[in-house]
Write a protein that binds this ligand. Structure first.
Ligand code: G4P
Length: 566
């Protein structure tokens, strides 16, 4: 009998080499860089709300030793406090509004979990954050299967061809069917699904998982109800009956595994890395069953940072010069500091504090004096960072979303930073004496990419129009203006449902023909766009203005200096 009791000892996989100390020569720096890249894993979790993303995040932190006990966080519908949900509004409503970064070491690896908002109204933040990730974990509810928000987020990952691992959660709930989950992933998402573990039992009888890589059955103990790391017993499948499983459980598992081995396609790492196949793991984040084996498999399967596309071609992470991209800007992250942080994903080379970087868009040289490693709302000064890491750069007034920072020759990383707005509202400053703060707050929120602020072209529009991907973003604007700028506002929804930026090169805008209920406006950079109430109006507009190009997001062609209007 090879049954053993352990919480951590079953995994034969070795972590990569530990980092070494300082090296002075270029070659030594190069090998340090390579080693550090190899041990980085930077990923985001995507899911439909309520599938268990927060619970799984917390359990990953529990297993990595970042929190001692998980129960402090669960029950947040009453308690409203989650390690990765930090804004007051998030706590009040129990939803994630903004993305955060959770960086932690585990078994010799450095893991950067880019935590994204769960609510679909904040998907724009999620879309941008996915641009900074090297792979994604897709969490599905075993009973509800593939849900609408999962499909949306999956498509963003698929467009970037980033590898996706799947965790089918809530196997402890009645009604889950692993075969149905697999076929739903394949049919709805169009990606091959290969189970790398298999649930032992289901619903109330769910007691463990069979690891198809190590060919071990693992049975978990449920004593701590998921608050603490759960111990498990493991045994080879042929020896599990009568030891860690009953004979009936073992026989059923043997039958199921036999079917899987005979019928399914084998796991192909190359196809996974190309985003054509997803390895699937079953488990329960609530009870912790299957969480640790998932984390270990994740470390082995997930890619280390790789080359990134730029306007100069692919830039490898081992490139000797530092380069990074700004994927998020957030002000007042910590009310005690009231400052502004740019989240920079290091993509190549080694970052050192106090280094001088080039802002590729403007050619400006900037010395980075204050750089932090982030863990939700906590931060500590960091002196160096490697590809895959996220650093928080404090008070970078000049930075914009999507900016590339580099050394020497400027280049620009590719990525999509704006997404088509679908909701529109007029915003009014309720107290005219607070007008200055109102304007200041709005321009901050524009820079963070929380909303677009549109005007009708008049030099000072008293009641600008907000444009956002989700309606709850308006609540965030109101909430933040009130809490951070002491300014009360009123927001009135407008009937528009789409916006299209116009490439008006050479065409005087005064000559355009607008459908009667649509409206010409300008964004904060002076780019013209039209707000439409229906798809029909967009078609009408195209027919009547054949020389004008419309685009869903502001392209560089649409940019002209603010204030220059035709
Ligand atoms: P989200 O971030 O994806 O929105 O989901 P979250 O983790 O908040 O989980 C949503 C609900 O599903 C929570 O229940 C959570 O406890 C439950 N849940 C998560 N994982 C599992 C699992 O593996 N098994 C089962 N049975 N439930 C799971 P809640 O009642 O909404 O909140 P709470 O009172 O538990 O905090």
């Amino acid at each position: 009998m090879s049954a053993l009791i352990s919480s951590r000892s079953h995994d034969p996989r070795q972590p990569p080499a530990q980092p070494c100390g300082n090296h002075s020569t270029g070659a030594a720096n190069g090998s340090l860089l390579k080693r550090e890249i190899r041990r980085r894993r930077t990923f985001a979790i995507i899911s439909h709300p309520d599938a268990g993303k927060t619970t799984l995040t917390e359990k990953l932190l529990l297993y990595a030793g970042c929190v001692d006990e998980a129960g402090m966080v669960r029950g947040r519908k009453t308690q409203r406090a989650v390690t990765s949900d930090w804004m007051a509004m998030e706590r009040e409503r129990g939803i994630s509004v903004t993305s955060t970064v959770l960086g932690f070491p585990y078994r010799g690896y450095e893991i950067n979990l880019l935590d994204t908002p769960g609510h679909q109204d904040f998907s724009e933040d999620t879309y941008r954050t996915l641009t900074a990730a090297d792979c994604a974990v897709m969490v599905l509810d075993a009973v509800k299967g593939v849900e609408p928000q999962t499909i949306k987020l999956f498509k963003i990952c698929a467009a970037r061809k980033i590898p996706i691992l799947t965790f089918v959660n809530k196997m402890d709930r009645p009604g889950g069917d692993p075969l149905r989950s697999l076929s739903e992933i394949e049919e709805v998402l169009g990606i091959d699904a290969v189970p790398l573990n298999w649930p032992i039992g289901g619903g109330a009888d769910f007691c463990g998982v069979y690891d198809r890589l190590t060919r071990q059955a693992l049975r978990f103990s449920s004593e701590s109800r998921g608050r603490l790391i759960v111990p498990f017993e493991s045994a080879e499948l042929d020896r599990a009956g009568g030891t860690i499983l009953t004979h009936e459980e073992a026989q059923r598992l043997r039958d199921e595994v036999g079917l899987l081995d005979g019928a399914g396609a084998p796991f192909d790492r190359e196809r996974f890395l190309r985003g054509e196949q997803t390895p699937v793991f079953f488990g329960s984040a609530l009870t912790n069953f299957g969480v640790e084996p998932f984390l270990d498999a994740f470390l082995e399967l997930a890619p280390a940072p790789g080359p990134r596309a730029s306007d100069r071609g692919l830039v490898p992470p081992e490139h000797p010069r530092f380069a990074g991209v700004v994927f998020k800007i957030q002000a007042n992250l910590d009310p005690k500091h009231r400052d502004r942080i740019a989240f920079v994903r290091v993509c190549a080379g080694r970052f050192r504090r106090e280094m001088e970087v080039l802002l590729a868009r403007t050619g400006e040289k900037i010395r980075i004096m204050r750089s932090h490693r982030l863990f939700a709302r906590d931060r500590e000064t960091t002196d160096e960072a490697f590809p895959g890491d996220v650093i928080g750069v404090v008070n970078p007034r000049q930075f914009r979303l999507g900016d590339t920072l580099c050394e020497d020759e400027p280049f620009q990383y590719e990525g999509q930073w704006d997404f088509p707005p679908e909701c529109f509202a007029r915003i009014r400053c309720a107290d005219t004496a607070r007008r200055k703060q109102f304007d200041k707050g709005l321009s901050q929120l524009i820079e963070e990419g929380v909303v677009h602020v549109l005007t009708d072209g008049a030099t000072s529009s008293r009641e600008p129009v907000l444009a956002a991907v989700g309606e709850l973003q308006f609540d965030v604007v109101r909430f933040r203006l009130e809490s951070e700028y002491d300014t009360r506002t009123a927001v009135d929804r407008l009937p528009y449902s789409a916006a299209r930026w116009i490439d008006a090169e050479g065409e005087p805008l005064s000559r355009i023909t607008l459908p009667s209920s649509s409206r010409l406006m300008y964004d904060h950079l002076g780019a013209p766009l039209v707000l439409f109430t229906s798809e029909w109006e967009i078609t009408f507009f195209r027919e009547k203005n054949p020389n004008l190009q419309l685009s869903e997001v502001r392209g560089s062609h649409a940019l002209r200096p603010a204030g220059k209007r035709e």
